[in-house]
Write a protein that binds this ligand. Structure first.
Ligand SMILES: Cc1cc2nc3c(=O)[nH]c(=O)nc-3n(C[C@H](O)[C@H](O)[C@H](O)COP(=O)(O)OP(=O)(O)OC[C@H]3O[C@@H](n4cnc5c(N)ncnc54)[C@H](O)[C@@H]3O)c2cc1C
Length: 495
């Protein structure tokens, strides 16, 4: 049956929820389509023995007063429900035996000075690296929503150099490069490929105010549902976009066929899924050779093996960024020569109200381009001995690493759950990588207009990775499609 014309948002992670609310708050009808039974994507938490753990959203920058996360939440009407608590970051560089503790709320300049004192021979070079990070952040207009400078193609010279080229031109030592580049784990693109501008935006945000979202991504999902109910967003879960009608004379596709048999009459269609998932539903007429080539050139960002523990002993809350080697490219592309594990210590009440100490560890592992030895079928993997023994080995190694970082935890960790990139594939097809496609210097991103006139791409592959990045991509694409008047009107009303 044909219904009233609507704006379709495909995918309900942080990117999709943001776009759906922006459209609804500007008075547009919205249908949000999610293939999983629940909305939220990597914002979703899960419970083991009543204890909450996070799938993808563990920490973020931008939560300080007036910061970009706070601003975006305000425009979306979610700021009363979503907040973050500052946390420290302890960087452990095993190869050089160095440890750098960046206390909670040390700020970007504080972090710079601490790194300088850890590497006295590199101090001036590190100071310059941090200055560049700051310059890139400050000259990116969308990092402050009050700055209404129109979006133009960005010709920053830092778009044209990789992070590695900048580190080399500064003459940073390998250990200092690992230290300043440690947040590459939060975008998953090797330093030899990532544009400095992209790497610096993630680095600045996390150096400036690393914070743990209170109640994880659940807080945003709950607040979204409340606002969606008020503004009449039509949420369809367990449903996929199957195909579209052929383009009209104006190049637009208006009839969207869903897996539940519904046909929607679509005004605009916004994709916040992986570009490969978009490609699957593009009508044949839109699959131009040049677009196909663009898609084929994409490479995946890193993948993680995640292990979730409870601990008998309390450790200081916060992040430990462990690096077995200094070469970040090896860590992100090889996985056999070196790896990195992000270990998050947290205290949170379980469903019975008991305060629990939890440890979530996500270890980089190569996934893209590997022969895939395990079944993509979740049930088959449950009984696959080889898969179960691979998981057991990864868990043992992770546990040993945590005990190396905090010897007091020896024998006091209890595994509650674990997940591999194959698990991610179950919940976030089609690639299972942590941050979608890599951002590669000199390669155009899949963001904005698609080869059907009313189709647009946002999502985590678009601009900057992570939850903040995918939300910023939604703001940017909304602005591009709805125009300056609608965008500025919305900001004036809500910011
Ligand atoms: C282990 C791990 C740790 C991470 N840690 C952090 C962190 O600490 N901080 C941070 O900011 N980021 C982190 N990230 C990355 C972060 O989770 C993502 O960048 C972000 O959540 C992406 O949001 P999104 O909305 O773009 O995509 P997603 O959250 O992936 O949402 C996409 C949604 O689209 C749905 N979908 C896919 N295909 C279709 C289809 N054909 N039809 C309908 N629906 C579809 C999916 O089911 C999913 O719900 C981590 C990721 C991983 C895997």
């Amino acid at each position: 049956m044909l219904r009233e014309r609507t704006n379709i948002v495909c995918g309900s992670g942080a990117g999709g929820l943001t776009l759906a609310l922006l459209l609804a708050r500007s008075g547009r009808p919205v249908t949000l389509i999610e293939s999983q039974p629940e909305i939220g994507g990597y914002l979703r938490r899960f419970y083991r023995n009543g204890i909450p753990f996070d799938t993808g959203y563990h920490f973020s920058g931008g939560f300080s007063p007036g910061g970009i996360m706070e601003q975006m939440m305000q425009v979306l009407g979610l700021s009363d429900a979503v907040s973050g608590t500052p946390i420290p970051n302890r960087i452990v560089l095993a190869e050089s035996g160095k440890e750098i503790l960046l206390p909670a709320e040390c700020g970007h300049s504080g972090a710079a000075e601490i790194c300088c004192s850890a590497f006295p021979d590199d101090a001036e070079k590190i100071r310059e690296f941090f200055r560049i990070e700051q310059e890139i952040w400050d000259t990116t207009p969308m990092h402050d929503l009050h700055d209404l400078t129109p979006l133009t193609p960005d010709f920053s010279r830092y778009d044209l150099s990789t992070a590695e080229e900048i580190c080399q031109s500064l003459g940073l030592s390998p250990a200092a490069t690992a230290c300043t580049g440690s947040f590459a784990m939060c975008h998953g693109t090797p330093l030899s490929e990532a544009p400095m501008s992209f790497h610096a935006r993630v680095g600045y945000a996390l150096h400036a105010d690393l914070a743990r979202p209170t109640d994880g991504g659940d807080a945003m999902i709950r607040a979204f549902k409340r606002e969606a109910a008020k503004s009449g967003i039509d949420i369809r879960t367990g449903t996929e976009l199957l195909k579209f009608s052929a383009p009209d004379a104006d190049g637009a596709c208006h009839k969207a066929h869903l897996s539940d048999g519904t046909i929607l009459d679509a005004e605009q269609v916004f994709f916040t899924t992986h570009p490969f998932a978009i490609q699957n539903v593009l009508p044949d007429e839109a699959r131009t050779p040049s677009h196909e080539r663009r898609i084929r050139r994409l490479k995946e960002s890193c993948s993680f093996f995640c292990t979730y523990f409870t601990a008998d002993e309390a450790m200081p809350d916060g992040l430990v960024s462990y690096f077995s080697g200094n070469d970040i490219d090896h860590i992100l592309t090889d996985g056999t020569r070196a790896h990195s594990t992000g270990i998050l210590f947290n205290r949170e009440r379980d469903r019975a109200g008991v305060l629990r100490h939890t440890v979530s560890a996500f270890r980089t592992m190569r996934f893209e381009g590997m022969p895939q030895p395990f079944s993509p079928d979740h049930r088959q993997r449950l009984t696959d001995e080889a898969y179960q023994s691979f998981k057991a080995q990864m868990i043992r190694e992770t546990e040993a690493e945590i005990e190396r970082v905090y010897p007091a935890l020896k024998g006091k960790l209890h595994v509650q759950a674990s997940g591999s990139p194959w698990t991610c594939l179950d919940y976030d097809p089609p690639t299972g990588s942590a941050y979608g496609a890599r951002c590669i210097c000199g390669q155009a991103r899949i963001c904005g207009q698609l080869p059907v006139t009313n189709f647009f791409a946002a999502g985590q592959s678009a601009l900057v990775p992570g939850v903040m990045g995918t939300m910023l991509a939604s703001f940017s694409v909304f602005r591009q499609v709805l125009g300056e008047d609608v965008y500025t009107g919305l900001l004036r009303r809500f910011l």
